[in-house]
Design a protein around this ligand. Structure first.
Ligand SMILES: Cc1cc2nc3c(=O)[nH]c(=O)nc-3n(C[C@H](O)[C@H](O)[C@H](O)COP(=O)(O)OP(=O)(O)OC[C@H]3O[C@@H](n4cnc5c(N)ncnc54)[C@H](O)[C@@H]3O)c2cc1C
Length: 379
């Protein structure tokens, strides 16, 4: 008998498996439909021997010391600060928009102070910031919005930013200095030997059994377990009772090129003409030296693996109905990005899993205490 059946071997499932096995002595079966562990963070050496991320670039960054220290038990790190350029008007300029972006784009020599004035002069202040368009236009004006954001967002979401919740572009800051880093978190690093190696260590405990290439529905009736931790799509768990939760998907086109380097930084965004949104060159992320180089093109798709929950009010309402069902399902704990229908970064999912682990322990200690109390009453 397993104590826990854990559905999904991504960050959410694997962190919980590790905590429950090593800290609480629980017996775990972790299961995944895919042929590998590590969920969307999975990386592997391709046929040319280059380490690539199968499901698009995964860059680790966090402000949480707890999360960083937790993962550091399973990997050494390679310091890495992420840089992104956007291909606009035939030039490749830094994104988030900063002083260099504007000076290069318009052939100017503005100072930080002058750039602030420039943004003020082009910004269109809004009384209420409701949509993604409002967020950007109220900060940097319509022209930069059109050049950098509008078409990118339309490609990515198949929705005009004027119809998309403000939370989507609230993630993109604008700077008046020359800071070209994509993230400003305290901890920015990549697992030295890759994510999959890190997951192998997370899951390497005799109490953890791994079953791959298997949908949990194939075995849930035949393998005995006490409780379930579910990290798959919440609507699938309830057989789509209220309909499908909408997601955007991506198609990844991987290519190896017969040259040592392809582009100046890890990621170049293509906001306009091209059908793909961005191109990632993996060697920048991994630090690998190799005479060839591997890149991946990302094409947004309506169908395919569920990647990005679509943040619209009607979808939040639909999710709420599934959440109510989930809350009323005893013995099953819904954790992670798909089970809670939220765009979470890796560090947020690790933090969520650690919190759930603490709650499970508290629950168990509470139940134990109740049992001891009732035994004492009997005596
Ligand atoms: C293109 C892309 C780029 C990203 N880049 C970054 C980044 O740079 N930095 C960052 O911090 N985060 C990034 N993320 C987010 C990151 O992928 C997630 O935070 C993380 O993978 C979430 O972990 P999880 O365990 O919740 O989900 P997942 O990794 O999706 O794991 C869930 C697992 O459950 C399995 N599963 C589903 N249904 C079933 C079933 N019925 N039976 C058995 N198994 C099932 C799935 O196969 C999957 O392996 C990115 C995501 C995408 C899509």
């Amino acid at each position: 008998m397993f104590d826990y059946l854990i559905v999904g071997a991504g960050f959410a499932g694997s962190v919980l498996a590790e905590r429950l096995a090593t800290q609480a002595g629980k017996k775990i079966l972790i299961i995944d439909t895919r042929s590998h562990i590590a969920g969307n963070a999975y990386d592997h050496y391709n046929d040319d021997g280059i380490l690539v991320h199968k499901y698009g670039p995964h860059i680790f960054h966090t402000n949480s010391r707890e999360v960083f220290e937790y993962l550091s038990q399973f990997t050494d790190w390679r310091t890495y600060e992420h840089h992104v350029l956007a291909s606009v008007d035939g030039q490749q300029v830094p994104i988030p928009i900063n002083l260099d972006t504007i000076n290069t784009l318009y052939g100017l020599k503005l100072t930080s102070f002058e750039l602030e004035e420039f943004f003020k002069s082009v910004a269109e202040p809004k009384e209420y910031i409701r949509t993604s368009e409002d967020v950007v236009v109220s900060k940097v004006g319509r022209e930069l919005y059109e050049k950098f954001f509008r078409n990118y967002t339309r490609k990515q979401w198949d929705i005009d930013p004027s119809e998309l919740d403000k939370s989507v572009t609230a993630r993109v800051p604008t700077r008046t200095n020359r800071d070209g880093r994509y993230f400003t978190d305290t901890y920015q690093a990549m697992p030295l030997h890759g994510y999959t190696r890190m997951f192998e260590k997370i899951l390497s405990h005799p109490n953890i059994k791994i079953m791959l290439n298997t949908d949990y529905r194939e075995i849930v009736e035949v393998i005995p377990y006490r409780e379930m931790i579910y990290t798959g799509p919440v609507d699938l768990f309830f057989d789509y009772r209220y309909g499908k939760l909408p997601y955007r998907s991506l198609e990844f086109k991987h290519e190896t090129l017969n040259k040592p380097l392809h582009q100046p930084v890890a990621v170049v965004n293509y906001p306009n003409q091209q059908l793909y949104t961005r191109v990632t060159e993996f060697k920048y992320l991994t630090g690998q030296e190799h005479p060839k180089t591997s890149v991946v093109y990302e094409y947004p798709r309506a169908e395919g693996d569920p990647y990005y929950p679509v943040p619209r009010p009607e979808n939040a309402e639909l999710y709420k109905k599934y959440k109510d069902l989930a809350d009323a399902t005893p013995g099953v704990h819904f954790v992670g990005r798909l089970a809670t229908y939220k765009y979470y970064n890796m560090d947020q999912v690790v933090a969520q899993a650690l919190t759930v682990y603490n709650k499970l322990r508290e629950l168990e200690n509470g139940k134990l205490q109740e049992k001891v109390n009732s035994e004492l009453v009997k005596l």
